[in-house]
Design a protein around this ligand. Structure first.
Ligand SMILES: Nc1nc2c(ncn2[C@@H]2O[C@H](COP(=O)(O)OP(=O)(O)OP(=O)(O)O)[C@@H](O)[C@H]2O)c(=O)[nH]1
Ligand SMILES: [Mg+2]
Length: 350
């Protein structure tokens, strides 16, 4: 039957740093082990994503939707999904911007009504980091961020807590939890994938009454910075020896300025290898991924994505100062620091 051959589209949401990319890329590995063809779509308020570079480094076909979330760039999202369908994937995994909400009404429903013959739609999965869940009611979580988190969870078809390797015990949430996973170790992912592939649920079923002014205000509480630069070092260094100290300097500068980090990610590529490192909290230790033993090189392609509760101008200053502290000539290809614009979905079906 022709319908059997259409790709399954899996949308995996959740707040910044919840573990979406880690889960998606691990799921891609596991699906490939099951003999499935897989592609991914990444999404951001701006271009130059660390997550896209990471997917490419892990040999996963990827498209990037920049300059707005899937709901605001629905047509571009569908164009990318259609283009990827040319590779005949069995599964397309899509990661919306971490601050995005109201996906059931603005993405799942329009997808089902306009593209239901082209894609089989898996349940909307929303991830939550147990560390965030544990701080839910504390002053540690910005009230606007809490608004987004609560609404993200409320609209999920499937709620999954992540980082099961760090938090083996289930955490208490305001909504029932369907799966407790680790994108790092793979724990819990197979049963989640089975549900995503074979669900009998009605998907996109939970519609919200989202206050768009509050939503815009919550997103605008975050400062956003994306940078892509070519770096020529005075003395050769491996990606690990460039990224490690740079991430540490950035973290210290942000913490000294009393800026709360939501997610700070670095990706570095040389002719000899690549490295990705990130932290989702001030003072955290990164778990680097990539070619830790890559040969030193003087030419580096560096990408930095920073999301933090701060003025974007201050973020830009801190990142510029950290780059100036490297013994190198730095050629900036792209640097944008901004607050996300108010969301204006192309479609909203309720
Ligand atoms: N120990 C552990 N760390 C994890 C796991 N999943 C993600 N992380 C770490 O948590 C951080 C955030 O993970 P990502 O997968 O990049 O999170 P994300 O939701 O894609 O973040 P954004 O793209 O910013 O929205 C990274 O430093 C990961 O290494 C996990 O299962 N276990
Ligand atoms: Mg991500």
């Amino acid at each position: 039957m022709a319908e059997q051959n259409i790709p399954t589209l899996m949308i995996v949401g959740g707040f910044l740093g919840a573990g979406k990319t880690t889960l998606i890329l691990k799921a891609a590995d596991l699906l490939r082990q099951r003999g499935k063809r897989v592609a991914v779509i990444m999404n951001d308020q701006d271009a130059g994503l660390v997550d896209t570079r990471l997917a490419l480094a892990r040999n996963v076909p990827v498209r990037e939707i920049a300059d707005g979330c899937f709901c605001c760039r629905f047509s571009a999202f569908m164009a990318a999904a259609n283009e990827l369908a040319g590779y005949r994937p069995d599964v397309i995994l899509a990661e919306p911007v971490g601050s995005c909400v109201d996906l059931s009404a603005t993405v799942m429903r329009p997808l089902r009504s306009m593209y239901g013959d082209k894609f089989r739609l898996a349940p909307l999965t929303v991830l939550l980091d147990p560390a965030t869940a544990n701080r839910f009611d504390s002053d540690d979580v910005d009230p606007d961020v809490r608004y987004l988190l609560i609404h993200q969870l409320a609209e999920a078809d499937l709620v999954c807590t992540t980082k099961q390797d760090l938090y083996p015990e289930p955490v208490a949430l305001p909504v029932p939890t369907d799966f407790h996973l680790s994108g790092l170790t793979g724990a819990g992912i197979q049963p989640w994938l089975d549900e995503m592939l074979q669900t009998t649920r009605v998907v996109g079923a939970r519609l919200l009454d989202v206050d768009y002014e509050r939503y815009a205000q919550a997103e605008a509480a975050l400062g956003w910075l994306n940078l892509h630069a070519r770096i020529r070092l005075g003395a050769e260094r491996s990606p690990a020896l460039l990224c490690g100290p740079l991430l540490e300097n950035l973290e210290q500068a942000l913490t000294s300025a009393e800026i709360r980090i939501a997610h700070l990610k670095i990706f570095d590529r040389t002719a000899t290898g690549w490295l990705k490192a990130s932290i989702v909290q001030n003072g955290a230790e990164p778990t680097p991924e990539g070619d830790l033993l890559a040969e030193p090189s003087d030419e580096h392609e560096l990408a930095i994505n920073l999301r933090a509760i701060a003025d974007p101008g201050v973020l830009q200053q801190i990142v510029s100062e950290a780059l100036a502290g490297i013994d190198a000539s730095v050629e900036i290809q792209h640097m944008r620091a901004f607050r996300p614009a108010a969301p204006k979905p192309e479609y909203r079906e309720v």
